[in-house]
Design a protein around this ligand. Structure first.
Ligand SMILES: Nc1ncnc2c1ncn2[C@@H]1O[C@H](COP(=O)(O)OP(=O)(O)OP(=O)(O)O)[C@@H](O)[C@H]1O
Length: 305
């Protein structure tokens, strides 16, 4: 069982629409679920893992409804974002408890295997309260893997990890994807998703914004209009020279900032044109800063597209 189908799924909490009519298919390999904070990623993941019913629409795994379906739960492992764990247990006990909940034939062997997969055997007998953030993350991962699921869902797994732990987890997730499992992880960091995911789904404000490999998502992001704040020794002359070229779609003088606000439609051409025009007219560029480079603005552009 490997293909998750999310079909016209919405989820609301009172008046808040957290997920708004999303349809997507998640197959084998590693998929990144990318979106800014509050986009609805956790809500979506909880519905995919059967922890939360959709308010409308359906989530199925190879055609079988996920919600309240024990056969499907056996195929899914969830690594939640929440830090709260049973801190008084040892890592080994925590993973074993999950193996027993799944009624595995040999829960001890399964727990040992899962701890070995995440390289945590050495700390299995220590209480979770003594673990670092990265170790907690790995034990959560062992617990999600203990029943050898074909689908692994991870909510912001790289949060708070140091670079070495990040690399280790990336290697592990890549291996699981290569084994033919369906691995989906959420993140609000494009670079993280690019490094690991062969496929990316973008959600913003509860809506599905884009889908494709990282080249396609990058292209969508760089092809959008870019806004800049530019300060120079002669703003008027610079504006006049730039307006003559088709690569800008708007130039305005911002009196408060005492600078030009420029919207460039052709990013590559504009970045080449600006210094050239300045040099030709003897204008000194004092500041060139992007004014909409936040991830949120990129995402809102994708949604509006
Ligand atoms: N139990 C709840 N009750 C009410 N509103 C909720 C609840 N859970 C989530 N929300 C709201 O639903 C929206 C989506 O939240 P969700 O946690 O799914 O987003 P997210 O993309 O995972 O964000 P983050 O990365 O910050 O966790 C937000 O507006 C959030 O405030």
């Amino acid at each position: 069982m490997t293909t998750l189908q999310i079909d016209h799924v919405s989820r609301w909490y009172g008046n808040v629409v957290a997920v708004n009519d999303i349809t997507m298919t998640i197959g084998p390999g590693v998929t990144g679920l990318l979106g800014p904070n509050g986009a609805g990623k956790s809500t979506l993941i909880h519905m995919m893992s059967g922890f939360l019913p959709p308010s409308s629409g359906t989530v199925t795994l190879d055609g079988a409804t996920v919600w309240r379906n024990q056969d499907v739960y056996r195929e899914i492992g969830l690594v939640p974002e929440r830090e709260g764990m049973y801190d008084y247990l040892t890592g080994g006990e925590f993973v074993l408890a999950n193996a027993e909940l799944h009624r595995l034939r040999d829960p001890r062997a399964a727990a040992r295997n899962a701890l070995a997969t995440v390289e945590m055997e050495h700390a299995a007998d220590r209480r979770i309260s003594t673990y670092s953030k990265g170790m907690r993350q790995r034990v959560k991962m062992a617990s999600a893997l203990v029943h050898d699921p074909s689908v692994l869902l991870l909510d912001e797994p790289f949060n708070g990890m140091d670079p070495r732990q990040r690399m280790q987890l990336m290697t592990l997730l890549r291996q699981m994807g290569d084994q033919g499992r369906t691995v989906l992880f959420s993140s609000h960091i494009l670079e993280e998703v690019e490094q690991l995911a062969s496929h990316i789904e973008v959600v913003v404000a509860g809506r599905h914004a884009a889908s494709g490999n990282f080249r396609k998502i990058r292209r969508l992001m760089t092809d959008r209009p870019h806004r800049y704040l530019v300060r120079s020794s002669d703003d008027r002359a610079l504006a006049a020279a730039l307006i003559a070229d088709g690569c800008t779609s708007g130039i305005a003088f911002d009196a408060d900032e005492r600078a030009l606000r420029i919207q460039a439609v052709d990013f590559t051409r504009f970045t080449e044109l600006l210094p050239r025009v300045a040099r030709q007219h003897g204008i000194r560029l004092q500041e060139v800063s992007p004014s909409d480079e936040s991830l949120e603005s990129v995402f809102s552009y994708l949604v509006a597209a």
